[in-house]
Design a protein around this ligand. Structure first.
Ligand SMILES: C[S@@+](CC[C@H](N)C(=O)[O-])C[C@H]1O[C@@H](n2cnc3c(N)ncnc32)[C@H](O)[C@@H]1O
Length: 384
């Protein structure tokens, strides 16, 4: 396939946050091709694959669609898969892996492992015929394919990312229940946060919200310090990965980082977590921009008139018992009462939150991993 060819690029995101991913993509200069639950699609070329891997904050991976077709029988699945041009990517010596299929309850074909092995067989048969061989050694570059069924439509995608994009590389250690970096970023995008405004996280854990906000403020794109599956593929122009990485490093706002402007505050009653935050923020090169402190929620305060509490308190499901939860939410209520003109955004699966906070909120359903949560938004008097 030519470097200039255009194709569908599929970007999975958190369920319920498609509109945020869409906005992020538009801001990066893309027109949206389509949106379905948990996925946004744009059209682009290999340069876009690099840009999206390096820049996206809210999506999970960058996939190239190889083809889409209807399949209600395994024979249709085999024949339609075999008709796709896998040789555009996979060379005679390359490794190719098919991940376990992802299918919905509306599709006729159910067995994820059977789908996986039929797709593999179809690709093997196609490549053997194209390369005129009866042996594929699978020893060079690795190509990973993902298969998705939705209402009998099968879409075969090539994963260019590898480890999910939420792995930025700065979080070497985390607590028991860290929020994914992509979800933390998407939540920040749901608030009116912009550089110069205050964010306070009284249950900061490993510091994810604050580090993500600081990276936004300093114009640090999240993928610039990690690696991706597709970096060695021959489809990319020589040096383009290096050139794009260098460009995004050059546009970091180093002056702002060196200004030491502290507008981001993180607290946790576990001193180990504060040590972890300091290390993580240093790796992300935003330690100048965040104040982390070992403090119990009941001792947290702030004198600024306007700001945002953005936080992920203990849910009471995974890491804490009822006393911890009572203390945490009562403390949060007290803190928010002392910051009356602020706005507050709380992601939690604890549906008793209204009882603790005693006021109306806008609630948005989100999934934090497998846990159903809500983002409870309390809008303060902040204008602008
Ligand atoms: C769900 S975790 C936050 C995870 C964080 N968002 C991250 O990405 O790592 C909740 C945090 O609240 C802290 N915590 C629980 N009760 C607290 C309290 N009363 N005061 C301060 N921190 C508390 C815990 O130590 C834990 O790190």
């Amino acid at each position: 396939m030519q470097n200039s060819s255009h194709f569908k690029i599929i970007l999975p995101c958190h369920f319920g946050l498609e509109s945020v991913a869409k906005r992020e993509l538009i801001n990066l200069g893309y027109q949206i091709n389509s949106v379905v639950d948990g996925e946004v699609t744009v059209i682009g070329n290999f340069s876009d694959v690099i840009k999206l891997n390096l820049c996206l904050r809210t999506c999970e991976r960058v996939m190239i669609e190889i083809g889409e077709f209807k399949a209600t029988t395994f024979e249709e699945l085999y024949q339609n898969t075999k008709s796709l041009k896998f040789e555009d990517f996979v060379g005679i010596n390359d490794i190719f892996i098919i991940k376990k299929a992802n299918q919905d309850k509306f599709s006729t074909l159910h067995s994820s492992t059977s789908i996986q092995s039929i797709v593999k067989k179809a690709i093997v048969d196609r490549l053997m015929a194209i390369y005129n061989t009866n042996y594929l050694p699978e020893k060079n570059n690795k190509y990973v394919f993902r298969v998705k069924f939705y209402k009998n439509n099968c879409s075969i995608r090539l994963d260019t990312t590898g480890e999910s994009l939420h792995k930025r590389g700065y979080r070497k250690t985390a607590g028991i229940a860290p929020i994914e970096e992509t979800l933390a970023s998407a939540i920040i995008y749901l608030t009116p946060y912009k550089r110069g405004r205050i964010i306070l996280d009284p249950f900061c854990g490993s510091g994810t919200f604050l580090i993500e906000a600081a990276m936004m403020a300093a114009n640090i794109y999240p993928g610039i310090n990690r690696n991706f599956y597709c970096e060695d593929w021959i489809q990319f122009k020589k040096n383009e990965w290096n050139e794009q990485r260098e460009y995004y490093k050059k546009i970091i706002d180093y002056e702002y980082i060196e200004s030491n402007e502290i507008k981001l505050y993180g607290y946790d009653y576990d001193s180990n977590m504060i040590d972890i935050c300091l290390k993580n923020a240093k790796i992300a090169k935003v330690d100048n921009l965040i104040h982390f402190e070992h403090k119990e929620i009941n001792k947290v305060f702030n004198k600024e008139k306007y700001g945002f509490i953005i936080t992920n308190p203990p849910y009471g499901e995974r890491i804490s018992d009822i006393d911890v939860v009572n203390n945490a939410y009562n403390g949060l209520n007290k803190l928010y009462k002392s910051l009356d003109s602020w706005s507050m955004y709380v992601i939690s699966s604890n549906e008793k939150i209204k009882k603790y906070l005693g006021r109306e909120s806008k609630n948005r359903k989100l999934y934090n991993g497998m846990i159903k949560t809500y983002l409870y938004s309390y809008i303060g008097k902040y204008k602008n």
